[in-house]
Design a protein around this ligand. Sequence first.
Ligand code: GLC
Length: 619
Amino acid sequence: MPATLSDDDLFDLRWNRGRRDLVGPLGRLYPQAEDLMARLCDLLARHWRDRPADLARLDLARDVDPDWFLSEDMVAYVFYIDRFAGDLKRLPDRIPYLSDLGITYAHMMPCLKPRPGPSDGGYAVMDYREIDPRLGDMADFERATGALRAAGISPVIDMVLNHTAKEHEWARKARAGDPFYQAFYRMFDDDTLPRQFEETLVEIFPDQAPGSFTYYDDLGKWVWTTFNEYQWDLNWENPEVFLAVLDTILFLANKGVEGFRLDAVAFMGKQMGTTCQNLPQVHDILQAITQATRVAAPAVIHKAEAIVGPQDLVPYLGTGRHEGRVSQLAYHNNLMVQFWSSLASEDTRLMTHVLKTHFPESFRRAAFAPYIRCHDDIGWAITPEDTAHVPGVDAAPHRDYLSDFYNGSFPGSFARGADFQVNEETGDRRTNGTFASLAGLEAALTPDEVEAAIARIRLGHALIASFGGIPLIYMGDEIGMLNDYGYANVAEHVDDGRWMQRPAMDWDRATADGPPARIRADLDRIIRLRKATPQFAGDVPTRVLETGHGGLFVYRRLGEPCEITCLANFTAHDQWLGPRAAGLDGGAMIDLLSGRPLALHDGQIVLPPYQILWLRPDP
Ligand code: GLC
């Protein structure tokens, strides 16, 4: 006879499963906290009782199939609700467009109620339980998430947990003098400690918001403000912050959110004498959040947004005691940086070195979210330790070169972009621009230049579709949308050049012939083939191959029933490679992308400019 389980039984089973993985990190984070486990259990049980029936069913399905998000079927689209659909009420009308593209994961950019005025693109949240009124209300949101779910698309939103807006209720109470809420933030009576911290902190917005602390006269205190003045850093050493943020996450999960993009997680831990980024306690916090979510809403996954150097990135997918226990996804900003670096320099040696040395071939129950562009700037995370392995390349001059290349000032550059947050002191610069503009479509004048730009975009999309994990397609990139210079006329945006890569969706372009249609057709084929290739699933190991060829990037997906070898030409010239150098035995191969058998020339594989091949043995 089949066993019948009550909802309470299910909760007990999940709590008992999760306990072990919660006790460790919570004990390390909050050794003094009394009754924390009991309070946590109550909180989780309360949200489980509130869980709508259809979501509880999804929980069960994903308990049984916890690797669901690793499937080759997964493809993500990242968009601003207003710029894509107008508002939440009209979002369901756009679902057919997403389905047509093959999307299964929809990251809706910040949609919770932001502070009035500048809000860092919505990353300064004033109320996590209310929807941005410009987009609709909570009922609209639930209807939209329900419609997405019905179409097989997982709704994903941002959870900003490093800071709140200074107008958030907690911050307002803190500002009014309530000591309970003052302990939610990092406040200092004088500037002694802030000054000491600042000796090792890195400025995030040196241009628009210099320094990491702000003094408030009325409060008589300094407040830690890593990003903008109006974003107050939460104090994650306080267990009340953990419980309050978790409470919010589970509240939103019960409104139909299946994934949270955990914003700026690298900054959650603070310790004197460090950069206060990527500290070990961050991984304890992420494990506690992930494992607690698994108890009360197991259908839900988390994606860590840690835009950090290669050495620091891997732990966000779980290493050591955190293996298989932290966020299920993390942005692969290093793949993104190396894509752009190789494309500019027509040299893949650094890319091969970085991706081969720093990253394991697979993770336990976790994977990267590879991407080429997003709403943020590109930070050139290239270290001297890595360039030391590449003769003729030095980190600082190379970063400078990339900035010049992508702002378009370097002679012969195909790119059109702009510098962002130039740090006069360190010389550091970051880069803005859309995929298509940075890849040459904006500057292209001749048919050959247009072809080259389209080929670079195809290369990028095919790379993220095959490298492992969930590829993130950024709104408009599927039709090659160009930089939006109009942001400079919008008072709220003019001080933040990142709005250059956040244009409103151009629906006319989506049906236009020419390059937009070509780019879209390329992407459609890439996505269709990805979904038909189980070797591209997120849990299949990705091995980067050292072929000794400095213009090609070569990697292999090790899955069944055969391996897929991907070769990408990052140069504007034909490149030749002997099959043996790519670990191939010279037997018949077929290129999945073109559907054609691989023809060797003088025994060599030949790749035209920017071509990428997905090769499998031809049976
Ligand atoms: C993340 C967001 C970025 C924002 C920052 C602070 O990095 O992607 O847009 O400025 O967090 O919230």
